[in-house]
Write a protein that binds this ligand. Structure first.
Ligand SMILES: [Zn+2]
Ligand SMILES: [Zn+2]
Length: 392
């Protein structure tokens, strides 16, 4: 089945919408112009519009026929604090230091395109809520919408989303059952020893040396504490110490993050980290403070729903272009919060490889307009297949 081109019609219209959003990026919880734009389009299509969940969130509701089941389609709407480097782009960000560098402009338009098609054709029976969510980039907008009553005001039996994936060829689609993205926790370590003359080390406690031992021990956690069958990545990304020539520094600080799919692996990693740094500090007589800050939980797709989403994707992308066992992503994603409340299926749409493959969160990235209608068609078919018009 080709893209639902008769409405999505106007692929040109989708591209115009995308370029408008791209030119006017807004950061987490500040997406007021974006939310106004989304709400205006949904009103034009005849959907019921609810605003204010999670601050700037927008929910558009479309009903067809009597009763029937209810599902949701989610798009994220926020941009990143990146200064766009695509100097020649006609629709380059008008807001210095802000940029749609993760393609949420494209996700928003794919959901709007599906809403427009479904509002016109109504070849389904039931209710669909289009959830436009703020603050995916670190602000946990999903959790904010849930806290404000998303699932109480808009109960649903399933929720779908997708993210563009650079490096995956245009026209390809991937999804997987089970874990789709990792949980991430940040950590920070402050080491406090005692400064000393470099010629009199016995009078000090060398914080730099203690920090270096910690680096070594922390990087060994994945290799010697975690089951090799369980992916766990740990990185130290900042290590500071030192005062100058002739002084053994007492203080050091380290920062890093660890990520894995299973909550028990995150917990085991945190315990091993604490054991290692406490033991090393104590061995050398230093004081230390470890702070661990959990980020988004890991994302878990429902097995049956992921299979259903893959079947649906085959209609749009073709059997040869759909990978139903796509490798998960280590980038965390706040869609995971929804998965704790409702059956979810989160997939990836190829944004292009080769010259089109610029990674997200890069100042040269751009969402690929040529995948808009396929993404919108995928969302629309998910609704038509989840809520069949001839269901009794
Ligand atoms: Zn992102
Ligand atoms: Zn993103």
């Amino acid at each position: 089945m080709p893209a639902l081109s008769d409405v999505i019609a106007s692929e040109g219209e989708l591209i115009n919408w995308r370029h408008h959003l791209h030119a006017h990026p807004e950061l987490a919880y500040d997406e007021t112009i974006t939310a106004d734009f989304i709400a205006a389009r949904l009103h034009e299509m005849g959907l019921d519009v609810h605003r204010g969940l999670g601050g700037t969130g927008v929910v558009g509701t479309l009903r067809s026929g009597n009763a029937g089941d209810t599902i949701g389609i989610r798009a994220d709407i926020d941009a990143l604090p990146i200064h766009e480097a695509n100097e020649k782009l006609g629709y380059r960000s008008r807001h210095d230091g802000k940029m749609h560098a993760c393609g949420h402009d494209g996700h928003t338009v794919m959901a709007l395109g599906a809403a427009k098609y479904l509002a016109q054709t109504r070849k389904f029976r039931g209710t669909v809520h289009f959830v436009f969510q703020p603050a995916e980039e670190g602000g946990a907008g999903a959790a904010a919408m849930i806290k404000d009553g998303l699932f109480k005001l808009f109960p649903m039996s399933a929720l779908f989303a997708l993210h563009n994936r650079p490096g995956l060829a245009r026209g390809k689609f991937g999804i997987r059952a089970g874990y789709g993205s990792s949980a991430t926790s940040r950590f920070e370590i402050e080491v406090q020893g005692r400064d000393a003359h470099a010629a009199m080390p016995q009078q000090g406690v060398d914080g730099l040396m203690v920090g270096a031992k910690m680096v070594d021990a922390i990087l060994m956690i994945a290799a010697r504490t975690i089951n090799p069958n369980d992916m766990m990545g740990i990185a130290i990304t900042d290590f500071r110490s030192g005062i100058g020539w002739g002084i053994i520094p007492g203080a050091a600080s380290l920062k890093g993050a660890f990520r894995s799919y299973k909550p028990e692996v995150q917990a085991a990693t945190e315990a091993a980290l604490r054991r290692a740094v406490e033991g090393i500090a104590s061995a050398y007589g230093a004081q230390m403070k470890l702070t661990v800050t959990p980020g988004y939980p890991s994302l878990r797709n429902d097995k049956t729903l992921a299979a259903f989403a893959a079947e649906t994707a085959v209609e749009i992308f073709g059997a040869d272009n759909v990978d139903g066992d796509c490798p998960p992503s280590l980038a965390s994603e706040d869609f995971s919060y929804y998965c704790e409340h409702v059956k979810c299926a989160y997939g990836w749409i190829g944004n292009g490889d080769g010259p089109e493959g610029c990674t997200v969160h890069n100042a040269h990235y751009d969402f690929n307009d040529r995948i808009l209608s396929n993404g919108a068609s995928y969302f629309a078919r998910l609704v038509e297949r989840s809520l069949p018009a001839d269901a009794s």
